[in-house]
Design a protein around this ligand. Structure first.
Ligand SMILES: Nc1nc2c(ncn2[C@@H]2O[C@H](COP(=O)(O)OP(=O)(O)OP(=O)(O)O)[C@@H](O)[C@H]2O)c(=O)[nH]1
Ligand SMILES: [Mg+2]
Length: 208
């Protein structure tokens, strides 16, 4: 898949105000500063589509983007950012979980993990909650340019092993760098497959 059209649509805190759920949707989620907005820009090939900042906590709302006019991509606020107040954190968390559990056209979540670190408890907890609720997700390891390939693959292996202590199967998994544009083709190919399957399912439902 190549992204030929990418446009910001709307930001809000309320799932009822999101665009009509009439197209397949994917969402990008993960700890603050992990590189969600940067990844969206890299995939969409548009530098300033999503707002990026070196200060964690930049994205604070549910942001919808229309991609190739036939799907939505969503940039979400990060979790696990210590510097915001407890009440702010809990309202983000409520907003994110409402979105995840209620958005009917959400095909999959891309959960971003910083490839520089060994497995972080916050990420594992979040994944376990997704698994318990049966939410489909894939993992994207980010910032692979910041460490050697050996260190990155070591952290990925540790992460997989940690997940296998809880789950029998591993989700799809990608390694990316928004700076080096690494992993772009693989992630876009996967998104294209998701979209094709979602559209097929929609057509089948319409026939029933
Ligand atoms: N070296 C490197 N830096 C990156 C990469 N991706 C993001 N960054 C940097 O990491 C910082 C955070 O990036 P964002 O894309 O804003 O992260 P985010 O996950 O959207 O953060 P919040 O919106 O605050 O939750 C910025 O300074 C980016 O330039 C990457 O692949 N490589
Ligand atoms: Mg962001």
């Amino acid at each position: 898949m190549e992204v030929k059209f990418a446009e910001f649509l709307i930001s809000n805190t309320d799932i009822l105000k999101c665009p009509k759920a009439d197209k397949p949707e994917i969402a990008f989620l993960g700890r603050s500063n992990v590189g969600k907005s940067s990844l969206i820009n890299m995939l969409a090939n548009k530098k300033d589509l999503a707002k990026v900042s070196s200060t964690p906590g930049k994205t604070q709302l549910i942001n919808h983007y229309l991609i190739n006019k036939d799907m939505y991509w969503v940039d979400l606020p990060g979790y696990g950012f210590a510097k915001v107040s407890q009440s702010q954190r809990s309202s983000w968390s409520k907003m994110i979980w409402n979105y995840i559990e209620q958005r009917e056209n959400l095909e999959t979540l891309f959960l971003l993990i910083d490839s520089r670190h060994t497995p972080q408890q916050k990420d594992i907890e979040f994944i376990n909650k997704l698994g318990e609720k049966g939410v489909p997700f894939s993992l994207i390891f980010t910032k692979a340019d910041k460490e050697t390939q050996k260190e990155v693959s070591g952290n990925v292996r540790l992460f997989k092993n940690k997940l296998l202590t809880y789950w029998e199967e591993l989700p799809s998994l990608f390694v990316t760098s928004s700076v080096k544009r690494l992993g772009r083709n693989e992630v876009l190919r996967y998104i294209e497959e998701l979209k094709i399957n979602a559209i097929k399912e929609q057509k089948q439902k319409a026939l029933m």
